[in-house]
Design a protein around this ligand. Structure first.
Ligand code: DC
Length: 208
């Protein structure tokens, strides 16, 4: 069983994916971390983000078990990940890795931008999780403040819009709702309501 979850930054898809994986007894892969891990390695070595040959080499040696979300969640790593995500050859390498994760029993929840369209087009069920840019910016700002980080709503909103633009306008595998994905707009939902809605959608799809 494969659950494909796509959506923009700060839509809540990561939290949902993790909880859904627990609920249905599936493994979970946040595919954004694979782009972030490659970006972080390039930044650490002071290499240009456009060096695709090196990026592919890093991707080939990536160990999913070693990806540390708390380190990779840094803002500048997210920006760099979005920039290298336009590289077609790099995407091919990471997609291969992501698919092999999904192939292992008992199945998985994968979340990202192109899971339903490119990585797992035959997924058992596909969700496209979104929320208004303002709601996402509010949540991201509150999350940063609660961790004791500095956060400014206006600049978070600006960043999110810029990232949405880059992720949805790139030519290779742009962020896009798959034709057969169910749209879950969480603008007016808290996480509990969104989780229940997602459980209902997946349970229905699983039984058909
Ligand atoms: O979900 P995230 O913020 O961790 O993702 C970081 C960047 O990685 C995102 O801006 C675009 C890229 N990405 C992608 O192109 N395809 C995916 N399946 C996941 C992430």
């Amino acid at each position: 069983m494969i659950v494909a979850i796509d959506g923009p930054a700060a839509s809540g898809k990561g939290t949902l994916a993790r909880r859904l994986a627990d609920h249905f007894g599936l493994r979970h892969l946040d595919t954004g971390l694979t782009y972030r891990a490659v970006a972080a390695a390039l930044l650490a070595q002071g290499l240009p983000l456009g060096d695709e040959a090196v990026a592919i080499e890093i991707a080939r040696n990536l160990d999913l078990a070693q990806m540390d979300k708390s380190v990779l969640s840094a803002h500048e790593i997210g920006e760099a990940a979005s920039r290298i995500a336009v590289l077609g050859g790099l995407r091919e390498e990471l997609v291969r890795l992501q698919r092999s994760f999904g192939d292992l029993p008992p199945g998985a929840v994968l979340d990202g931008r192109d899971i339903g369209t490119v990585v797992c087009p035959d997924a058992t069920v596909k969700l496209f999780v979104t929320a208004s840019p303002e709601a996402r910016a509010r949540r991201r700002t509150d999350e940063m403040l609660s961790k004791g980080q500095e956060a400014n709503y206006a600049s978070v909103l600006e960043d999110l819009k810029r990232r949405d633009e880059r992720d949805s306008k790139r030519t290779v595998a742009p962020m896009k709702q798959a034709d057969d994905a169910v749209l879950l707009d969480t603008t007016e939902m808290d996480i509990e309501t969104a989780f229940q809605a997602a459980v209902d959608i997946i349970s229905r799809a699983k039984d058909t």
